[in-house]
Each structure stands twice: as C-alpha cells, then as structure tokens.
Ligand binder design. Structure first.
Ligand code: GLC
Length: 455
C-alpha cells in the first residue's frame, strides 16, 4: 500500500503536476512581517524593463511575437550601445517621483543579461557598450538611497538547452515537432545555468533587497516549479540573502518561503487579495502605456490622475505599486515617462504622507462617495483622497467624538467642522456624522487629500 502511494507521488512529481510540498524555511508570521516592514512601509517602487528589445522598440516579447530565431535577433546584440545611460539620472527621477525602491530586469525572456555573468557570452559586456550595466545601476540607486531589486527571467529564449515550449519563439503545433526540436536540449543543463546566474546576482552585488522571478506556466508544453528546480532555487536564495523579499512566480504556492507576496499584473484588484481567507502582502505591477519594454509607437499612456488613483487605490487596499519605465536603446527615459514621473512627484511631494506607512482604513470608517481612504496606524491619521472635488459640504460618517483636527494635507490649512451650509431641505446628518466645510474652489492639487487627526 505504502509503495503504491509512493509510486503515485513519484509519478505526480515526475509529470510536473501538483504542487511542491517541501518547505523552504521555518519563518513565523511575525518574522515575515518584520522582514517585509520596509517594503510595506514604502509602498511605491519603480520597475525597469531594459534589454535588447529596446532596439526593435515594439514590445519586450517581440522575439516571441515575431517568432524570431537567435540568428535574426543577433543584430540587436550587435547594435546595443546605450550611450546616454546614466543610472544616477534614473535614480534621481525615481526618487523625485516618490519611489523608494526599484526593480530592474537583469535578464528578461530574451536571455540577454545586463550583468557580467561568467556563465554566458550573451551579456552587456560583450556588446559595443562593453560594461556591466547592472553594477553601475546598483551603485547609482544605492547612492540615491533606494532599495534595489533584481528581476530575473526563469524563461530563456536564447539558451540552447532551454526546451522549446508553448510560449517559445520556436513553438510548434504538434508533439512530434516538439520532440524533434527538443531532442538535444537538456533542461538539467539549463536549470544549472539559471541557478548559477541567480547565485552570481545574489553574491556579486552586495545586499539585494528584492528578487523578482518571472514566471511559471505549468501544464502541457509549459514549465513550473519542477522544471525550474524552484525548491532548491529558493533555498539557495534564502541562504545567500536571508533578508531578501521574493515574489510569487516560481510556482511554489503554499510552500513556506516559496514567495513573499502576490503580484497582480496590469490589473486593479477589487479588494485586498487573500489566500485561504487571509489577507496577504501584494504588489501590483503596472505600465504607463501597456508594454514593459520601450515601445515607440504605443500611444495608450495613462494620464496623471489615472496613475495617482492607481497608487492611492492600491494603498487603500493594503498593497504596493511597482510602476514601470522601459528605457530607450540610447539608455534614457522616454520624455512621456519623464513627464508622468514629474507629475506624480509633484503630488507625492505634498501628499506622500497619505501613502508611506499607510494601509487600508479600519472598517468603521466608510469612504464617502468619490473618495478613497488610506490610514496610518502608527500616527492614527485617516486620509480622505478627493477624487472628485465636493461642493463645500463634506459629510463623513463614524467620526463624531473621534476627530481631533482636520486639515488639507498639501498645505496644512485647517478645515473646520460646521453645520452643512445651504438649504438642505430634508437632509439630516446621521448622529455619528460630521460635516467638514470645504472651500468652494478646488485647491490646485490633482487629487486633494484631507488629513484627519484622530483622538
Ligand atoms: C510578464 C511578462 C513580462 C513582464 C512581466 C512583468 O509575465 O512576461 O514581459 O516582464 O510580466 O510583470
């Protein structure tokens, strides 16, 4: 009987189905909270997608989309020469936008590394620019006081031993062709290569605050924890950098230490994400315009208000926002990205207190129409973000006896409570409501914030 169960288990593992059962480490909830404290406080980070795909400038999946071979893609490697690359400038822009951490693609699906890996020739040091661009990036962002994170693609469309699967540029439409193409490819070798590179990243660049692994797609002609060797990989990661925060894309759901936060992508969650009914740490990654890599002809850029709402709404549900820039082939931020960052920075400069250290407001406070609430537990301050500016009277429930003082956050000007102004006819305030008396003219702030200092 026991052997039967064992055989079944081995078969399950061998087919790559099921979930990894092993645990990676014994960490208590309290320890995890402590380890992630800087991240849950900081809330706002910069994502950077930069690689050879900046040259074609038509999506970072261009190799997949156009079914490009390694040979055809080689011209981008030969031309890669980002002469304007100045990561100190990038870091300054991120910081001025109010971002506190940054995550960069050390390698994306195309397989090209920005860092000087001794396990490959397919790296920045062998292109005309000839430098370890990651090293410069780390130094620059550190110098600006930012936390640093490495995105590393589990997928590799360049490596000769990475088997052709359903999202590979050379994907096929029948099993026979897959078998033919994969005949000489050996995932064991790729796995070793990939683990080696992650080891390099976590050994050669000092303290790394975050690791962003991307991504798993188990099932037929797909890849998951087994193909990646995720359990061993994460064990190594935790050992090399015990303080590091890791995302959840190595397909280790439910494994203690397999991932620290969930990653809704280009999607606004309706409420704080949960696992087994428990609220979990989360970070949504979002683009300005739809793609991650620089895309010259893409015109679907979100406006400043949309971006601010994205940030505020994320924090109002207890999450982080990782907002992406795809630098150009010259190594600069697109002017449109610069403008968006500037505009966000203007708001953050005066309203950052409603973001940093904030989270979802306690349930007793109900958000009035057209507002979002954030809350700082430590200071006991409630922030009301006015998405659509109200007309003079602003009634909030559940606050009677709890409000010590109210002010606009951007200029610290007092907001007084009063009876509602005007002829309100049948309107009656609830017995727990208070009315704030707002100026008729909307302050010159994209989204004004009321700071309520509570008793
Ligand atoms: C994805 C895509 C990708 C991008 C990433 C960001 O899964 O493959 O191009 O890097 O998400 O979250």
């Amino acid at each position: 009987m026991r052997t039967k169960v064992a055989i079944a288990l081995v078969m399950l593992l061998a087919t790559g189905q099921g979930t990894a059962q092993e645990k990676i480490w014994d960490e208590t909830e309290a320890q995890k909270k402590e380890r992630m404290a800087w991240w849950t406080h900081d809330r706002f980070g910069l994502f950077i997608h930069w690689g050879l795909y900046a040259l074609p400038a038509r999506h970072e999946w261009v190799k997949h989309r156009e079914k490009t071979t390694n040979e055809e893609y080689q011209k981008y490697f030969e031309q890669f020469n980002p002469d304007l690359y100045n990561p100190r400038e990038w870091a300054k822009m991120a910081k001025a936008a109010g971002m506190k951490y940054a995550v960069i693609t050390t390698k994306h699906h195309e397989g090209f590394t920005l860092f000087d890996s001794k396990f490959t020739d397919y790296k920045a040091t062998n292109t005309p620019i000839g430098r370890d661009l990651l090293k410069e990036w780390v130094d620059a962002f550190r110098a600006e006081g930012m936390k640093i994170g490495f995105y590393y693609s589990l997928i590799d469309w360049h490596h000769p031993h990475f088997t052709i699967d359903r999202i590979h540029p050379l994907r096929q439409d029948n099993d026979k062709n897959y078998a033919k193409l994969n005949k000489d490819r050996d995932m064991t070798k790729y796995r070793e290569y990939m683990h080696n590179q992650v080891r390099e990243l976590l050994t050669n660049y000092g303290k790394v605050d975050m690791l962003w692994l991307d991504f798993s797609y188990p099932g037929k002609h797909g890849k998951g924890w087994k193909e990646w060797g995720s359990v061993e990989l994460l064990k190594m990661v935790r050992q090399l950098q015990p303080g590091i925060i890791v995302n959840n894309r190595a397909d280790l759901k439910g494994v203690n230490g397999g991932g620290d936060f969930v990653t809704p992508e280009q999607f606004k969650v309706p409420e704080w994400p949960t696992i087994d009914g428990k609220k979990v740490p989360w970070e949504t990654c979002q683009t300005f315009s739809g793609s991650w890599g620089y895309y010259r002809d893409e015109n679907t850029w979100k406006n400043t208000k949309q971006l601010l709402v994205l940030l505020i709404e994320t924090v109002s549900k207890g999450g982080n926002l990782l907002l992406n820039v795809g630098p150009t082939a010259r190594g600069a931020f697109d002017q449109r990205a610069q403008n968006s960052l500037d505009n966000m920075g203007l708001w953050m400069k005066f309203n950052g207190r409603a973001i940093y250290g904030c989270t979802q407001a306690p349930e007793e406070f109900e958000a009035p129409p057209n507002t979002l609430l954030t809350y700082n537990e430590k200071t006991n301050r409630l922030y009301v973000h006015l998405l659509d500016y109200p007309l003079q009277n602003f009634v909030i429930g559940g606050l009677k006896g709890k409000l010590k003082y109210a002010q606009f956050l951007h200029d610290g000007s007092e907001i007084r409570t009063s009876k509602p102004y005007g002829h309100a006819f049948d309107f009656k305030m609830g017995h727990n409501d208070i009315n704030l008396s707002l100026p008729v003219i909307k302050p010159d702030v994209k989204i004004p914030v009321i700071e309520l200092i509570l008793n």
